[in-house]
Design a protein around this ligand. Structure first.
Ligand SMILES: *[C@@H]1O[C@H](CO)[C@@H](O)[C@H](O)[C@H]1NC(C)=O
Ligand SMILES: *[C@@H]1O[C@H](CO)[C@@H](O)[C@H](O)[C@H]1NC(C)=O
Ligand SMILES: *[C@@H]1O[C@H](CO)[C@@H](O)[C@H](O)[C@H]1NC(C)=O
Ligand SMILES: *[C@@H]1O[C@H](CO)[C@@H](O)[C@H](O)[C@H]1NC(C)=O
Length: 277
């Protein structure tokens, strides 16, 4: 019951505000005073006296060092901000009757916080951070920014921005070591990579060639030996095994160091192996 009564009262009060009647509706550059519409004072001015039946509002310019930004019925202008030297501040734009003075940090300093009542000395940008000239001019925050991907800073400096990594491609080189935010890319000659491909290929070709030559040599050698064996009058069983023999031989002898083995030794070992079989 009590609450309902309160709501009713509030509603009535609100309705009362909206009720037409004796309330006057003034233009937006006016205000209502004692049932009349008085003119507001324009920006840069303050009110001296309200209007009445015979006179308009009387306004006057803000005194020096003061400003007033809007259409007002205020009798006072606000004082300009003072840029405190010992807070590291200097005037960015001088105030006038309509605008406040704007301060900024002295060069080499930046705002200590968002409100920028005081300034602090810029620190050198650390490794991985670069100096940003635009931020330094604005003096709104530390003029350092982390180096983006593709750039680096390898020194602690108050002036050096992040530098882009060296482009190895542009120099006709290839990347040897990837860049980081604190170090540049290290390039190396692209020729070395083609050499590193050529060397094994060349080596393989040479090995094949040498192998082939050895094979031919050994084969010719063993054929001659078989002929000698026949001449020596030792045919018989050995003769039957000749094809196998000639096939096995080169492998055995190549394994013995690739050197043509003394004929006598070779013969003996061959024979002993055959006997074992
Ligand atoms: C209206 O105000 C002016 C000063 O602003 C004053 O001189 C004058 O007497 C006032 N007239 C009436 C009717 O109040
Ligand atoms: C006051 O200063 C503001 C900005 O600083 C400027 O835009 C405006 O034109 C100035 N007004 C006068 C009257 O000098
Ligand atoms: C630099 O890169 C390292 C590793 O990627 C990272 O941990 C570090 O936060 C970066 N530093 C800056 C300043 O961006
Ligand atoms: C920083 O990098 C540049 C470019 O790679 C190099 O010339 C310089 O010697 C480096 N400085 C330091 C301190 O590492």
């Amino acid at each position: 019951m009590k609450r309902l009564g309160l709501v009713g009262l509030l509603g009535a009060a609100l309705l009362g505000c909206w009720e037409p009647g004796d309330a006057v509706t003034c233009f937006d550059k006016q205000y209502e005073h004692k049932g009349r519409c008085c003119n507001r004072c324009q920006p840069g001015e303050k009110l001296v006296s309200e209007c009445n039946g015979t006179e308009h509002s009387v306004c006057t310019r803000c005194e020096s060092g003061h400003y007033q930004q809007s259409w007002t019925k205020e009798r006072h202008c606000a004082p300009h901000d003072i840029c405190e030297d010992n807070a590291g501040l200097v005037v960015k734009t001088q105030g006038n009757t309509t605008h406040n003075t704007v301060c900024q940090c002295q060069s080499g300093m930046h705002c200590s916080d968002r409100s920028c009542q005081t300034c602090v000395e810029n620190q050198p940008c650390q490794l991985g951070f670069g100096f940003v000239a635009a931020k330094a001019i604005a003096q709104m925050s530390s003029p350092c920014e982390p180096c983006a991907e593709g750039t680096f800073s390898n020194i602690s400096s108050k002036t050096e921005p992040c530098h882009p990594w060296t482009s190895c491609e542009e120099k006709g080189l290839v990347v040897k070591v990837k860049g980081t935010n604190t170090s540049d890319v290290i390039c190396e000659s692209g020729r070395r990579s083609s050499i590193s491909v050529l060397i094994p290929i060349t080596a393989a070709v040479i090995t094949c060639f040498v192998g082939l030559c050895l094979y031919c040599l050994v084969r010719r050698d063993s054929r001659r030996r078989v002929e000698m064996e026949i001449e020596a009058g030792k045919p018989g069983e050995n003769l039957n095994q000749r094809p196998e023999e000639t096939d096995d031989l080169p492998v055995q002898e190549t394994l013995l160091g690739g050197q043509p083995v003394a004929q006598e030794d070779g013969k003996e070992s061959r024979i002993s192996e055959q006997e074992r079989l």
